[in-house]
Design a protein around this ligand. Structure first.
Ligand SMILES: N[C@@H](CCC(=O)N[C@@H](CS)C(=O)NCC(=O)O)C(=O)O
Length: 196
């Protein structure tokens, strides 16, 4: 299998952590790809030229970090997803945490524009959304010993917020998410994929 990634993307980090936690590392070739460079193999894997993108051994293309993660988890026995009703609570938190990533990535792209073209309106809106989102995931934050796809996504969001915007006090808004993040960042899969 081939997984397209780069070293900063929090979405790609999720797929890379799941590759490691599900035992697929020896079966996956990680291919470095900068989306704006439109690497033909990435565009072929994902017409949106976004990472992560996974091409499996049958040539099937898988896009979106949550779908790729769910697929790898299912293939390896589903250890990262609870059974029954609890699955839906986990999924809701996973989607909420993915929403935090969406706000962060929008902010990164906007800050990359020349300063005179940046929109203070959108930057403030996305930052407000982010902090409100942290307050909401804090209410549903799983216990610190939880290790599932929602916990992984929450920790990725916490770390990526600090990585990009160290001045934002998300830990004050979401202390349980901060504790979960600190715990998960001790795992080898997290250490190996720390954003750079
Ligand atoms: N919903 C997608 C979002 C993926 C995404 O936005 N990836 C970013 C990198 S963090 C990207 O490839 N951006 C390049 C672009 O949109 O042109 C997922 O969960 O994987």
């Amino acid at each position: 299998m081939k997984l397209f990634f780069n070293t900063a993307s929090p979405y790609a980090r999720k797929a890379r952590i799941v590759v490691r936690e599900t035992g697929f590392l020896t079966k996956v070739e990680e291919v470095l790809a900068i989306p704006v460079e439109n690497l033909p193999a990435l565009v072929d894997a994902n017409p949106l030229a976004q990472i992560p993108a996974l091409v499996d051994d049958d040539g099937v293309r898988w896009t979106d970090s949550s779908l790729i993660s769910a697929r790898l988890d299912a293939l390896s026995g589903g250890r990262l997803s609870p059974q029954g009703q609890a699955l839906w609570a986990m999924r809701r938190t996973e989607v909420a945490a993915s929403g935090l990533l969406e706000m962060l990535v929008k902010m990164v792209l906007e800050y990359r524009r020349p300063e005179q073209y940046q929109s203070p309106f959108w930057l403030k809106r996305w930052e407000d959304n982010l902090m409100r989102g942290f307050a909401v995931v804090e209410r549903d934050c799983p216990p610190v010993e939880t290790f599932d796809l929602a916990a992984i996504t929450l920790a990725i969001a916490g770390t990526y917020t600090t990585f990009r915007y160290p001045h934002l006090d998300w830990q004050g808004v979401a202390p349980n998410v901060a504790a979960l993040t600190a715990e998960l960042e001790k795992r080898q899969s997290f250490i190996d994929t720390y954003p750079k």
